[in-house]
Write a protein that binds this ligand. Structure first.
Ligand SMILES: *Cc1c(COP(=O)(O)O)cnc(C)c1O
Length: 231
């Protein structure tokens, strides 16, 4: 087995254990293999090992990868922040965008969909820990934002996403994941048209088991699959 195949097998086993400990089914959890900086050959190995969801954090790289791997039949995620001038390219290539993080982007998104661009569903990115270096809405702004987005009419919101602060001990970020889950539950109670809370995108290489314990449905994993990134 290649390293990538071994890594994928280990991650799947750890996810199954984490799900089981939380009284959840492993089938509820989707691994988004974060392929930024990785070669097409590495990506093919990950897909051969059974991964069917791939994520990129830059629109340009997403477009290149999608074009280089037309035969894969995978689901492509945009997990990184989205500049408004790249929105059109993102809508043309991604199947799910995890980074709706501001009103101006929502407005442009609705306008593009009304003009005929693909109605790609979105997750609202939340900066739960309030870090200056991270994108995302403040937790208290999420419900008002969703109510406003409903007025735009053309957006499909499928859940929430967060990036937890870097921490040596994944237990330290458990409250971040818990807060996102509770926010999603509050949002779901509003029964807003076009808004579902079926997806909670949280957890990366260092903290995915904790995220699963707190209800993650999508974990975004790069390093644990492919090894350290070199830029
Ligand atoms: C790079 C990246 C990941 C994956 O990080 P790893 O620590 O390598 O697993 C997850 N989410 C986002 C938004 C990223 O940019």
């Amino acid at each position: 087995m290649s390293n990538i195949a071994k890594n994928v097998a280990e991650i799947k086993a750890r996810i199954a254990e984490a799900a089981c400990r939380a009284g959840r089914s492993p089938e509820e959890i989707t691994v988004v293999a974060v392929t930024k900086t990785r070669t097409v050959a590495e990506i093919r190995e990950a897909v051969a090992a059974g991964l069917t969801h791939l994520g990129e954090n830059r629109v340009q790289e997403l477009c290149t990868k999608v074009a280089s791997l037309p035969d894969l039949g995978v689901t492509w995620h945009l997990v990184g922040s989205l500049q408004t001038n790249k929105l059109r390219a993102a809508l043309g290539h991604a199947d799910l965008i995890h980074s709706l993080d501001r009103w101006s982007l929502a407005e442009q998104w609705a306008r593009r969909v009304q003009a005929g661009d693909p109605p790609v569903p979105a997750l609202v990115q939340v900066n739960v820990a309030g870090e200056d270096t991270k994108h995302g809405l403040a937790p208290n702004d999420v419900l008002p934002f969703l109510q406003r987005v409903v007025g735009l009419g053309s957006l499909q919101i499928k859940g929430l996403m967060t990036i937890a602060p870097l921490a040596d001990d994944p237990e330290a970020v458990r409250p971040v994941f818990r807060r996102l889950r509770r926010l999603a539950a509050e949002a779901a109670e509003q029964n807003l048209p076009g808004v579902s809370m079926e997806i909670l995108s949280m957890g990366m290489t260092g903290d995915y088991e904790t995220a699963i314990a707190e209800g993650a449905t999508h974990v975004r994993i790069g390093t644990a699959i492919f090894g350290q990134r070199s830029y």
